[in-house]
Design a binder for this molecule. Structure first.
Ligand SMILES: Nc1nc2c(c(=O)[nH]1)N[C@H]1C(S)=C(S)[C@@H](COP(=O)(O)OP(=O)(O)OC[C@H]3O[C@@H](n4cnc5c(=O)[nH]c(N)nc54)[C@H](O)[C@@H]3O)O[C@H]1N2
Ligand SMILES: Nc1nc2c(c(=O)[nH]1)N[C@H]1C(S)=C(S)[C@@H](COP(=O)(O)OP(=O)(O)OC[C@H]3O[C@@H](n4cnc5c(=O)[nH]c(N)nc54)[C@H](O)[C@@H]3O)O[C@H]1N2
Ligand SMILES: [Mo]
Length: 748
């Protein structure tokens, strides 16, 4: 990219939004907010340092032990040998072919979970999946770490795909603002998290909407362990982590016993309330789920529960539930119970009221646009039909051929010999990293495409250095946004990095499937093609999208996709007439009791929502592990991305852990002290931040720090996943349960 030494500016987009980049001498030297963004993210600030950081992978590299003697015991401890591209691709192609021929495509795990980077064509998952499909398929994964549990349970309750319900059918912020009087936010709504969205978010307005709701006098109540999960001005009902189901049951109990439940809605629009009611009242188990019962479990007083229930029943109420709450053992229960609670209030289907999920989890939830999908690099057909729940990955590696339960089915784990990862960092995102480190030694070969020497890259056998979006041309577009971007190549490729597309084209060529993988097109020809068909589809829907030459020239455009019915409400037609607009559940109604789930016979997820205490929470605290650790998303970055540049800042690492003054005092910890956070699974360092904005006995350590040297018995930078548990949410959801963890903290 030689534009001379003159400084010039471009606009690009990313998962954290659009921004301007200043380029000089083939380097990004500065970034600035996109002019139309009311609350821009600060994340791009790390780019100038990150792009050419010493942690970039410069050349293809093969782990020495693997190269010499196919060693599998030294992953993470070995050195690497750099090889020219041709040689490295030859070796990888021969190895992939060997595994296929010897063990079949069922021995290849290509789930490859991760956020990678924004951009429609160079989407790492689409690239790796298409390549693996060209060679006969791979074992894939279902769901996300974000919402895996909800994606399994909620279709049983509402009869619809959870993600499309969330992104396409929920009430918009304007509707909530105009109609709600009470906003009850389980797990809060945090503009810090709404900074990011898959594929980009241009106008960051979640915080703007919350400010407007507060200014209008809407009672905004944050229910959870941290005050900072919602903006200042919101009320805080501080509760213990993992106690939401107990609280919701007690709210439901008040509605039922004070004749506040909407009987008409329950009759018309739900099924199975008669099976749930005896449990709620304690007729089946002798324990009424009253506020007095819930108060000690949640750590609130019973009067507050009564007051909240009455307020929710007598005002226009929107309940929102953060994704974090289902990222915990038995995460199915609060999700299901929130739907039952909203059904009892009876406002589902009314504008701005009822129930919503993930407002604030990512930006764009609550924006209303006409749907305009497309520009997806086709992944082709996967002939292998083995799919594991995404967060059971280490379990799969450890237990080849062993049975596991998942959402009513019993399957056997495949016998994985080769893992291919592109665009994710499992040694950041997976739970119980010390155990993952062991499981990771089992496959015969691990191949990783990555721009950086992350903990995952360091544990690979074959590493292909990958470009970042600033080193290639792409198109930026998200269904939750109304902007369309040309993402220009800003700088030359760093080192010998190649695009994922080129890497897979090189492998495909060696494995005689180049014609299927590339269809004879270069990356820019693919971008042209995907763009043309997107534009044509838009035109069919009456939406004018500029041609690619114009978009290249203008860099970005705001699309005319304002929703015609911005006040549409989730399940409004169903509410009006459940007979003519039934839900997709077996009963056509909201399932308070599910025959399907009851039929699975799971003791960890029965036919209606129940209170099931997790194995680790404050109700089960021990002398050795007395504190509940939550591990929220980091405010200064997206997961582990750009972390190496951020970690360079003086004093930036280890990561900060929030601790209550009482807990700090009893441990002799002062603000800023270096501490050790530990439990039976592992230990990490962290820096104490003392705050009374956290529930006593709860600590919060954000994700994102890179997992350090496996030989150190303490993770140096503060990755909470050395402490989290690697168990599924239940046999039904099998989701990630990261928020369920007890720890101890001591001053170092
Ligand atoms: N304890 C705990 N753990 C959690 C969570 C939690 O709440 N608590 N949350 C979970 C959730 S919801 C998620 S989504 C995960 C996130 O986990 P991940 O999505 O795995 O995290 P990222 O750091 O975004 O990893 C993306 C990687 O892709 C690389 N990359 C970027 N662009 C490209 C590209 O073009 N090509 C290739 N090949 N690579 C690229 C980046 O450098 C980075 O290493 O973490 C999960 N882990
Ligand atoms: N800046 C930034 N934003 C991000 C991301 C990022 O990496 N960086 N990642 C994005 C991704 S991939 C996802 S999936 C979303 C995740 O969005 P969420 O899952 O909503 O967010 P988390 O940050 O995991 O958790 C939010 C809060 O939930 C609270 N909490 C934890 N356990 C409980 C509980 O049992 N009950 C209650 N009531 N509250 C609880 C914690 O105090 C925590 O701060 O965030 C997205 N946003
Ligand atoms: Mo996520």
């Amino acid at each position: 990219m030689d534009e001379g030494s003159k400084r010039y500016t471009k606009v690009t987009t990313s998962h954290w939004g659009a921004f301007e980049v200043d380029i000089e001498n083939d380097r990004i030297v500065a970034t600035r907010p996109f002019a139309a963004d009311p609350r821009p993210s600060t994340i791009p600030g790390a780019l100038p340092k990150a792009l050419n950081h010493k942690t970039r992978v410069a050349r293809p590299a093969i782990r020495k032990g693997w190269l010499d003697k196919r060693d599998r015991t030294q992953r993470g401890a070995d050195s690497f040998v750099e090889l020219p591209w041709d040689e490295a691709l030859d070796i990888a192609a021969v190895e992939i072919s060997r595994v296929r021929e010897t063990h079949g495509n069922e021995a290849i795990y290509g789930g490859s979970y991760g956020w990678a980077s924004a951009g429609r064509f160079h989407h790492a998952q689409s690239q790796v999946h298409r390549f693996l499909n060209c060679i006969g398929g791979y074992v894939s994964s279902f769901g996300s770490y974000s919402t895996g549990c909800a994606q399994s349970i909620m279709p049983h309750v509402f009869g619809t795909d959870f993600m499309s319900m969330l992104y396409e059918h929920q009430d918009g912020w304007q509707t909530i603002h105009d109609h709600a009087e009470t906003l009850v936010m389980f797990g809060g709504i945090n503009p810090k998290n709404a900074q990011v969205s898959m594929g980009g978010i241009t106008e960051h307005d979640t915080g703007v909407w919350l400010d407007r709701c507060l200014a209008k006098g809407i009672a905004c109540i944050n229910v959870g362990p941290q005050r900072t999960d919602a903006p200042d001005g919101c009320a805080w009902l501080a509760i213990r982590p993992s106690s939401d189901t107990a609280l919701m049951l007690a709210l439901a109990f008040v509605l039922e016993t004070e004749d506040l439940a909407d009987k008409d809605f329950l009759d018309r629009c739900t099924t199975g309330y008669d099976k749930f009611r005896p449990y709620l009242l304690g007729e089946t188990d002798g324990q009424p789920k009253s506020p007095d019962w819930a108060a000690p479990l949640c750590g609130v007083n019973a009067d507050q529960i009564h007051d909240l229930a009455r307020r929710m029943a007598t005002t226009s109420t929107m309940i929102t539930v953060a994704w974090s709450i289902q990222r915990a053992q038995h995460g199915e229960q609060p999700y299901w119970m929130s739907a039952v609670l909203a059904a009892m209030i009876g406002q589902i289907g009314l504008p701005g009221c009822g129930i919503g999920y993930g407002f604030g989890a990512i930006g764009g939830v609550g924006k209303r646009f006409k749907s305009l999908r497309g520009m997806t690099f086709p992944q082709l057909h996967n002939p292998v039909d083995k799919v594991i729940p995404v967060a059971r990955m280490a379990d799969m590696l450890r237990n080849p051929g062993q049975p596991y339960d998942f959402n009513g089915k019993r399957e056997n784990y495949p016998d994985i010999r080769l893992v291919y990862w592109a665009g994710g960092n499992p040694f950041h995102h997976h739970q119980d990293l010390n155990e993952l480190h062991q499981a990771w030694q089992i496959p015969e070969t691990i191949i990783v495409n990555e721009p950086y020497w992350t903990a995952t890259t360091k544990r690979a056998d074959i590493v292909f250095p990958t470009t970042t979006p600033y080193e290639r041309e792409d198109i930026g577009r998200s269904n939750l946004d109304d902007y369309l971007f040309h993402m220009p190549q800003c700088v030359s490729r760093v080192g010998d990095a190649r695009d994922d597309y080129d890497i897979f084209a090189g492998l495909a060529d060696r494995m005689d499937v180049a014609a299927t993988f590339t269809e004879g097109r270069s990356a820019s020809e693919w971008i042209d093609l995907l763009y043309q068909s997107y534009r044509m589809k838009a035109a069919e829907n009456g939406i004018d999208v500029p041609d690619l030459t114009t978009l290249r020239r203008d860099n970005w455009v705001r699309l005319p996709i304002t929703d015609d019915q911005p006040n549409r409400s989730l399940f409004a037609p169903f509410r009006e007439n459940p007979k003519t607009a039934p839900l997709g559940t077996p009963s056509g109604k909201i399932e308070v009791f599910s025959k399907t789930i009851a039929g699975f016979g799971y003791d960890d997820c029965i036919g209606h929502p129940v209170w099931l205490p997790p194995d680790e929470w404050l109700g089960a605290a021990t002398a050795k592990a007395p504190l509940h650790m939550v591990s929220p998303q980091p405010k200064d970055k997206l997961h582990s991305q750009l972390e190496s540049a951020l970690a360079d800042e003086p004093g930036a690492r280890p990561e900060t852990i929030v601790i209550h003054p009482r807990d700090a005092l009893t441990r002799g910890i002062a603000n800023g002290d270096l501490v050790k956070v530990f439990n039976k699974r592992g230990a990490c360092r962290a820096k104490a931040a003392i705050s009374n904005g956290i529930y006593p006995s709860v600590v919060a350590l954000p994700t994102g720090a890179w997992f350090s040297d496996p030989n150190a018995n303490i993770d140096l930078d503060g990755n909470p996943n050395v402490l989290t548990r690697d168990v599924g949410t239940s046999r039904l959801g099998q989701g990630c349960s990261a928020h369920t963890a007890l720890v101890e903290v001591v001053k170092l």
